[in-house]
Design a protein around this ligand. Structure first.
Ligand code: SIN
Length: 537
C-alpha cells in the first residue's frame, strides 16, 4: 500500500498536533501515531508551560533563567527567539480551545518552578498536558484535511539518496515507511514535508516517568537516514517521581516545590540548603544529584517531599490529580511526606535542527523533544519543553507553508517496502531480554553520576546487543517491539558516545573523572553526524 500526502507528521503530542493545525488549511496532512492519538508525553505533563505573561516579568529574565539552567550551553539566539515568540504561540493554544487555570481575579494563574526567577508558568491545575492534548486532539479530529493513522509506527525514512542508491551532497526526505500494526503491513508514505514529532527517549532507561511510547524513534530513524544529532549526553532526570512499587515512576510535579514543598531525608532533615542557595528550587540537575547523593550516603531507597504545612485545602485545590493518585497508593500528601526518587524525564539532545526546525536533511523537520534546537543547552529549564514544542511547530509550519508553492525537482518514485527473505520469528524472548538489558545497563552505567569506566562498559554491552539486533532485524519480519528495541539501542549508543566525548561536567552530564566545567575546551555542542544506514525497504 502507498499514501501520498503534502505533510507527513509522525507523533501526536503538542508539537505534531500544533504543526498539523497550522498547515491543514493549505494541504493534505497524514498524522501518524503509534498508539491512540492522545497517548503522548504531552498528555502526562503536569506543571505547565513557561511564558512571559505578567507585567512584572520580562523576556530578558526568562532568557537569562534559561541560559543559567542550561549551564550557558544554550544558543542565545534560539533562547531569545523561543522566549519572544512564546506569548503568540500560547495565544494559538488558547484559540484552539486550551483552558488554562485562572485566579480569583479571573487572570491567568501563574505558578513557579525550579530555576525561574518569576511566576511565569501557565497551567491547568496539575494536569496541564492533559488539557492541551484534549483541546488539540479535538481541533485536529474536526479538520477535514487531517487523516489520522493510529497504531502506525515509523520504520525508516525514505530519502532521495536511498531511493537513487547514490551519495548526494545534500539529501532530501521523501517520506517514510510506516508499519500498520493492526494489518502487519508496511506502508510507503510519500510526502513533500516530513515532520518528526515523536518525543523523547526516557524508555532507554530502566526508571522513567515517560510514557511507554518514549523510545526515541524519531532520533533513531533520523540518524539512520543521515541526519545529524547533538547533545545526546544531556538526559534530564526529574528529581521527584513517586517511589512506590506499583507507581511506575509517577511524576510529582516540580510545581509542588514551586508552591513550598521541601525535600527531606528519612530523619526529617531538609537537605537542599546544603547544596544550593535556591534550596528546593535549584535547577533540576542540582536537585537530582543532591537526592542521588543523599540516597547513596545513607543507603536509603528514597527521600521525601513534604508539603503538609500548606494545609489540605491548598493541596487539594492546587494538586488534585497528584493528591488523588498518591491517595490511590495509600499516601495522603496532606498529612505525610511523599516518598520520591529521580527518574529519567527529558532528553535535551536530539536531531540537530536550524532556527526553522529543519534537520540536516532537506524537507525533514524535527519539532518537540525529538529535536535539539539549542534552547535547552546542558539542562532544560522547567516548563520550557511544551513551550519549545509549540513555538517550533509554529515556525516550522510557517517555513514549510512558504515553500509549498515552490517549483521543486520532482520526487523520484518510491519503491514499495521490500522485506527480503525475512520470516516470522519464533524467538521473541531475544527481543524481550535485550529490551531489559539495555535499560538496566543505561540506568546502572549511564545515570546521574558517570565515569569513563562505566561508560565504556555500557558501550561494549550496547554494541554487542546492536549487532544481535541487526542480525535479527534482517532475518525476521519486523514487529513494533523489534522496531522500538532497535531504536532504543541506537539512542543508547548515541547517548554513551556523546557522554564519552565530553571530558567535563556540565549541566546534566556529571562524571567523576572530569568533575569540573571546562569552558575552554567544551563550551560547544556534541555533534554526531548521521549514519546513512542502509536498512530494509
Ligand atoms: C513538572 O511538572 O515538574 C514537569 C515540568 C517540566 O518538566 O517542565
Amino acid at each position: 500500500m502507498r499514501v501520498t500526502t503534502d505533510f507527513l507528521i509522525i507523533g501526536s503530542g503538542i508539537a505534531g498536533l500544533s504543526y498539523a493545525l497550522k498547515v491543514a488549511d493549505r494541504g493534505t496532512v497524514s498524522l501518524v501515531t503509534k498508539r491512540d492519538i492522545d497517548v503522548s508525553a504531552t498528555q502526562l505533563a503536569q506543571g505547565g508551560i513557561a511564558t512571559v505573561f505578567s507585567d512584572k516579568d520580562s523576556f530578558s529574565s526568562h532568557a537569562e533563567d534559561t541560559m543559567v539552567a542550561g549551564a550557558q550551553l544554550s544558543n542565545p539566539e534560539i533562547v531569545d527567539l523561543v522566549v519572544e515568540v512564546g506569548p503568540e504561540a500560547i495565544d494559538d493554544l488558547i484559540n484552539w480551545g486550551v483552558k488554562f487555570s485562572r485566579n480569583e481575579d479571573n487572570q491567568y494563574d501563574l505558578t513557579r518552578e525550579g530555576g525561574h526567577s518569576h511566576r511565569r508558568i501557565l497551567h491547568a491545575k496539575d494536569a496541564t498536558g492533559r488539557e492541551i492534548e484534549r483541546a488539540l486532539v479535538e481541533a485536529a479530529l474536526k479538520h477535514p484535511n487531517i487523516t489520522l493513522y493510529q497504531d502506525h509506527i515509523a520504520v525508516d525514512l525514505i530519502t532521495e539518496s536511498k531511493v537513487l542508491h547514490k551519495k548526494l551532497t545534500k539529501d532530501r526526505c521523501l517520506g517514510a515507511y510506516i508499519l500498520d500494526k493492526k494489518n502487519n503491513e508496511v506502508v510507503a508514505f510519500g510526502a513533500q514535508f516530513t515532520i518528526l514529532a515523536t518525543g523523547g527517549a526516557g524508555k532507554v532507561y530502566f526508571f522513567t516517568c515517560n510514557p511507554d511510547i518514549a523510545t526515541g524513534d524519531g532520533i533513531a530513524i533520523g540518524w539512520r537516514a543521515g541526519a545529524t544529532v547533538a547533545n545526546m549526553e544531556f538526559m534530564q532526570f526529574h528529581p521527584t517521581t513517586l517511589y512506590h512499587p506499583k507507581a511506575k515512576s509517577f511524576l510529582i510535579s516540580e510545581a509542588v516545590r514551586g508552591e513550598g514543598g521541601i525535600l527531606r531525608r528519612g530523619d526529617d532533615y531538609a537537605f537542599m540548603p546544603d547544596y544550593h542557595e535556591l534550596k528546593d528550587l535549584a535547577p533540576r540537575d542540582i536537585v537530582a544529584r543532591a537526592i542521588d547523593n543523599e540516597m547513596k550516603k545513607s543507603g536509603a531507597d528514597c527521600v521525601f517531599l513534604d508539603i503538609t504545612h500548606k494545609g489540605a485545602d491548598f493541596i487539594k485545590h492546587h494538586f488534585p490529580m497528584i493528591y488523588e493518585t498518591c491517595l490511590g497508593f495509600g499516601i495522603d500528601m496532606t498529612r505525610e511526606p511523599i516518598p520520591v526518587v529521580p527518574a529519567t524525564h527529558y532528553l535535551c539532545g536530539g536531531l540537530s535542527v536550524d532556527k526553522n526546525g529543519e534537520t540536516s536533511i532537506d524537507n525533514l523537520f524535527a519539532i518537540g523533544e525529538v529535536a535539539c534546537t539549542g534552547l535547552h543547552g546542558a539542562n532544560r529549564l522547567a516548563s520550557n519543553s511544551l513551550l519549545e514544542g509549540v513555538v517550533f511547530a509554529k515556525i516550522a509550519a510557517a517555513v514549510s507553508l512558504s515553500r509549498l508553492g515552490e517549483q521543486l525537482p520532482p520526487n523520484p518514485a518510491i519503491p514499495p517496502w521490500d522485506c527480503g527473505k525475512a520470516t516470522n520469528s519464533d524467538e521473541e524472548v531475544i527481543v524481550a531480554h535485550n529490551w531489559d538489558e539495555i535499560r538496566r545497563c543505561m540506568w546502572n552505567y549511564v545515570g546521574i553520576v558517570r565515569s569513563d569506566k562505566r561508560l565504556e562498559r555500557a558501550m561494549s554491552r550496547i554494541m554487542l546487543i546492536q549487532e544481535e539486533i541487526d542480525e535479527y532485524y534482517w532475518d525476521f519480519l519486523i514487529t513494533s517491539d523489534l522496531i522500538e528495541l532497535r531504536n532504543i539501542t541506537t539512542v543508547a549508543r548515541l547517548i554513551v558516545q556523546s557522554a564519552l566525548s565530553r571530558h567535563e561536567s556540565r549541566g546534566l552530564h556529571y562524571t567523576i573523572d572530569y568533575p569540573d566545567r571546562d569552558d575552554q575546551n567544551f563550551h560547544r555542542d556534541t555533534i554526531i553526524p548521521g549514519a546513512r544506514y542502509s536498512g530494509k525497504g
